[in-house]
Design a protein around this ligand. Structure first.
Ligand code: PLP
Length: 483
């Protein structure tokens, strides 16, 4: 049943508060300046008038309609919806961290600066880079920042002809978007039949006009680029740099580093790899980490540890400048630091091993009934194809995804990456036990049986939600956000 809006529950004169009558002298507020007439309302605002109980029940009902990792599996490929330890939430809610201001005297925020400084040290060792900046507030923002640094690097060297960024076809959509926003021309690199970078195609596109290759490894098919050392050598030889999209870091933490693979700059998605609830669009944190070559170009200020404590450094002349107000999304940064401290280096490594194990377990079971076009072994995620279901029974990836909602699961990512027809992209993460994976597999197989026996049910799914099939294109093109 759908939940009415508060304004629909409104009854004139009903109130959610009850105060004693005002006993201040008349005119006590006359010292306040009058608003200019053009800013004053002519009619009273139309606000819902409801009782406190109406408000409480409304939001309680809404909260029970929400699906999150805390109430069910959330295998949304590419997004790394892992469990967020409550310890991190508890610490991020402490007054010591929430009741501070970025402009207060630096001597009073030394603890918070130590969190950022120590986190940068940890992330440097996890990524094999020399240093970084915590300012970017999302993965895409990190991409923008990293590419901006690459641009500054070539401008400083006078290599103004380097205007292209090479991006594999399987890349996340933010990659070409960020490159375009920074002013680069985007050139696609083909995938080979294994779903990896087509090295010959790459070679044919490398020349003095290429600024960088942008790559995620493992890629969005969940496959590790086995030729990565050869690829990075080729790009460097052609005078270009390598950008690593670190959103898939969940797969390799403690096992391999982008630094060792030859990358010059990487962004991390703290809100994916290092906890923080991030459904529904935020908040996020997308730090950039760099090697020595790009370090002078990092956003400023940097944080430095001196004999008298932590200080900000503003004097780097090659810096691209600020990319955020103040210091980024501090509470996400804090959760990541708590997560890393709590796990330790062995725990971080174990998280990646379990993420990969869970994905392979799921792939091997589902793969008996649905095609997984690329790769025998995957990393932290894999992409299945509902193409055969569509041909045989008219059941699409969208139908399967919607039917999973009825089974109590968040759907996988669908129709991405584009190189897989009717794509269903699963990322179970390390959080799930083998029992919960088995329950998911059973649900999925029930849906495949229905596809054969009663496809109409799937076509009409979901059956147990307040809303079913939304006109997603219209919602994007004509967002109607007002009542
Ligand atoms: C999520 C993701 C991004 C973008 O990160 P946001 O924080 O959503 O901006 C980029 N690349 C890959 C591979 C991703 O999974």
């Amino acid at each position: 049943m759908s939940e009415p809006l508060l304004i629909d529950l409104s009854k004139p004169g009903r109130k959610a508060y009850c105060y004693p009558p005002l006993d201040l002298p008349r005119g006590f507020d006359q010292a306040l300046p009058e608003l200019p007439p053009e800013l004053q309302r002519q009619t009273a605002a139309r606000l819902p008038e409801v009782a406190e109980l109406d408000v409480v029940r409304h939001f309680t009902r809404l909260s029970s309609l929400v699906h999150g990792v805390d109430n069910g599996m959330y295998p949304l490929g590419s997004c790394t919806m892992k469990y967020n330890p409550k310890l991190g939430e508890h610490i991020a809610a402490m007054d010591q961290f929430t009741q501070i201001h970025p402009l207060q005297d630096i001597s009073t925020v030394q603890g918070c600066l130590s969190v950022m400084y120590n986190l940068l040290e940890d992330l440097s060792s996890i990524t094999g880079m020399s240093w970084g900046s915590l300012q970017p507030c999302a993965g895409a923002h990190g991409e923008y920042t990293g590419l901006k640094m690459i641009r500054s690097y070539f401008l400083k060297r006078g290599e103004t002809e380097r205007v292209k960024v090479l991006i594999p076809v399987s890349a996340h959509g933010t990659n070409p978007a960020s490159a375009a926003v920074v002013g680069f021309d985007v050139v696609e690199v083909k995938s080979n039949k294994e779903g990896l970078v087509d090295v010959e195609d790459l070679a044919s596109k490398l020349d003095h006009t290429v600024a960088a290759l942008m790559l995620t490894n493992p890629n969005t098919l969940g496959l590790f680029e086995t030729d990565i050392l050869k690829i990075s050598e080729m790009v460097h030889k052609a005078g270009g740099l390598l950008y690593y999209d670190g959103a898939n870091m969940n797969a390799i933490m403690g096992m391999a580093t982008p630094g060792d693979m030859g990358f010059d700059v990487i962004h991390l998605n703290l809100h994916k790899t290092f906890s923080t609830p991030h459904g529904g669009g935020g908040p996020g944190s997308g730090p950039v980490m760099v090697n020595d070559r790009l370090r002078p170009f990092l956003p400023k200020p940097d944080i430095e540890l001196t004999d008298s404590g932590y200080v900000y450094r503003w004097d780097d002349e090659d810096s691209i400048g600020k990319v955020s107000m103040f210091w980024g999304n501090f509470l996400v940064i804090l959760r990541a630091y708590v997560y890393i401290l709590r796990m330790g280096s062995e725990g971080i490594k174990a998280a990646s091993r379990h993420a990969v194990l869970n994905a392979n377990y799921l792939a091997s079971k589902l793969g008996q009934r649905i095609s997984i076009p690329y790769g025998k072994l995957c990393m932290h995620e894999f992409v299945a194809s509902a193409s055969a279901l569509k041909q045989q029974y008219g059941v699409t990836a969208q139908d399967v995804a919607k039917a999973l909602i009825d089974e109590g699961y968040h759907p996988p990512t669908v129709y991405f990456p584009l190189i897989v027809d009717e794509a269903l992209m699963f990322e179970p993460t390390e959080s799930e036990s083998v029992e919960s994976l088995d329950r998911f597999i059973e649900a999925f197989l029930r849906i495949l049986d229905l596809a054969k026996d009663d496809p109409k049910i799937l076509k009409d799914a979901p059956h147990h939600c307040p809303v079913g099939r939304l006109d997603e294109v219209r919602a994007v093109k004509e967002p109607d956000l007002r009542y």
